[in-house]
Design a protein around this ligand. Sequence first.
Ligand code: PAF
Length: 173
Amino acid sequence: MVRRHKPGARTRMARARSVSSLRKAVAALRARGERVAFVPTMGALHEGHLSLVRLARRSAERVVVSLFVNPLQFGPREDFSRYPRPTARDRALLAAEGVDLVWEPEVADVYPPGDRTRVHVDGLSDVLEGASRPGHFAGVTTVVTRLLNAVQPDLLWLGQKDAQQALILERLC
Ligand code: PAF
């Protein structure tokens, strides 16, 4: 009996940690010529994130979500260590939405020791929220560049709750 693959058919959600395991898993998703939509998040998922995941699912056969609390976008007086990380709950929510792959890198996977390279979108990153949170948007643009470089998706889905961030990321892309 020949088993036919149904494009976008649901599979058990896979998990990756290192960049190399992520790349292998994405390559496996792409093996049948299916498109990959990507939703980057810092976890602690809520309905807004899940609505992006649903849009992503409708836009491509495969969906990859990252859960990564990015230290680079926190200022010295903003508490990175206390940011919520309800990982088991996040995984369960993503699995229930039919996500194909969740990527949970360690800080050292995204920022290897000694890394000093930053991505900065001039102008817009330095006004409004950027003026009161120096370095914040460079932290966002640097991490999104790295996540995109690792996943290399066909489509990227981002929230618009932070309008300045959304515009900066549009310029970055
Ligand atoms: O908006 C967010 O949740 C974050 O800034 C993002 C885009 C996932 C980058 O860490």
